[in-house]
Design a protein around this ligand. Structure first.
Ligand code: MLT
Length: 411
């Protein structure tokens, strides 16, 4: 008899965003005349920057000519892209990262989900609450948790992120081996200061732990006092892996390109207590299970770092940040407490009632889709997340509808 991986049975019925998509489709079947405004999943709406499109077309043409055609590329990514990333995203900020430490992939979701494969079954995992569900679910699938009980998986260390701590987790009292952090945060939009991040780097050194730092929303940072990468913090190279993505910074959600930084001196230990290189292990995994991102996509990503590309990406993000500002202003007028939105595309709103109930009411009475906070964890109950990824026109309309439905939405 073939047995399944029973750990899958511990998972909640479906992935959060799949669940929301299903509810929307049921609603639309019942109300085909209703026009919905989607502020749920953080999916970009603007087209790719022109610099990327030009590079993309040129690379496709190269693939069509015998002299310039390319077959398999390096699994880790082409040197031209790894070099551009190392220079622009790290060295220009004084962070000591070289091209050989960058692994190109097709998504930060996959990388943050796959990284746990490198670690022992017994590794103690700490996750923020609320949290991007991928960090949790992939550890559940791998069997590192107990069952789901009272809104949490047994065996995980949950780090509460609440209004009281500014949505930045405090160091755990017990010892964690692997710590997932995400800043600017999904879902709360919170940011972390150099000092706060420094405390985590010190913790990781003290406890021989590793930080998995998801910086997928880095491009939204406008407050220059904030760190753009964990490698701006002294000592981070030995204790942190960082994940980045072109999805939100350059509109690549449908194009797929991201990267993970594993410094050569990033360390963990084998069962015999010998130090092992995570760079070597991730390289082994990547080259065994992945065949690289397509050449045209990597050329399009490289164009992000050209002068025009940089200006066009900045304009894209400025547009989304302006949406976030408008959302914040509308929420203020309606008397909702909220955070995020100034260095992040997400606004975390205290909705004053059960978050799935608010989701349903907002959908029904305003035709606006949000993400219920409870889907991100127990601390997300009573909150919803609004995404600023939309056109300015739609955001304006959504806020008018929110105001129109205000009475129905109040508990
Ligand atoms: C989100 O809405 O949280 C993101 O779109 C999820 C993702 O990037 O996978």
């Amino acid at each position: 008899m073939l047995h399944i991986n029973d750990n899958y049975l511990k998972l909640q019925a479906s992935y959060l965003f799949a669940d929301i998509a299903h509810r929307i489709s049921v609603f639309q079947q019942k109300h085909p005349e209703r026009e919905l405004i989607r502020m749920g999943i953080g999916d970009v709406t603007n087209p790719l920057p022109q610099a990327c499109i030009t590079a993309f077309h040129k690379a496709v043409d190269e693939m069509g000519a015998a002299a310039t055609f390319r077959g398999y590329g390096p699994e880790q990514g082409y040197e031209f892209l790894r070099q551009a990333i190392a220079e622009h995203d790290f060295q220009s900020r004084g962070a000591d990262i070289d091209a050989g430490e960058i692994f190109i992939s097709d998504g930060a979701k996959c990388d943050t989900g796959n990284i746990q494969e490198l670690f022992a079954q017994g590794a103690r995992i700490a996750v923020p609450d609320p949290v991007y569900p991928v960090y949790v679910d992939t550890n559940v699938m791998a069997g590192r948790t107990g069952v789901w009980a009272q809104g949490r998986y047994q065996g995980l260390i949950y780090l509460d992120c609440t209004a009281a701590n500014g949505y930045v987790p405090e160091l755990p009292a017990e010892k964690a081996d692997l710590i997932y952090l995400c800043f600017p945060n999904n879902p709360t939009g919170a940011t972390v200061s150099r000092e706060q991040l420094g405390l985590w780097v010190d913790y990781a050194h003290k406890h021989q732990a590793l930080i998995l730092f998801d910086a997928a929303y880095e491009a939204f940072i406008r407050d220059e006092r904030l760190p753009h990468t964990i490698y701006e913090i002294p000592g981070a190279r030995e204790v942190a892996i960082e994940f980045r993505s072109f999805s939100k910074s350059a509109g690549f959600t449908g194009t797929r390109c991201a990267y993970t930084v594993v410094p050569r001196d990033c360390r963990a230990w084998d069962a015999a207590g010998r130090e092992q290189s995570l760079h070597g292990l991730w390289n082994r995994r990547h080259s065994t299970k992945f065949n690289g991102v397509s050449y045209p996509v990597q050329r399009a990503a490289e164009a992000v770092y050209s002068r025009e590309g940089q200006a066009q990406c900045r304009a894209l993000i400025d547009g989304y940040l302006e949406n976030a500002r408008l959302i914040g202003e509308a929420l203020d007028e309606l008397g909702y407490q909220h955070v995020g939105g100034s260095n992040s595309p997400y606004i975390w709103v205290a909705c004053g009632r059960d978050s799935w109930e608010f989701f349903d009411l907002l959908l029904t009475h305003a035709g606006v889709v949000c993400t219920p906070g409870a889907g991100f964890g127990r601390c997300g109950e009573g909150y919803v997340r609004l995404s600023a990824f939309n056109s300015g026109e739609n955001v304006q309309k959504a806020m008018e509808r929110l105001a129109g439905a205000a009475r129905m939405l109040k508990a």
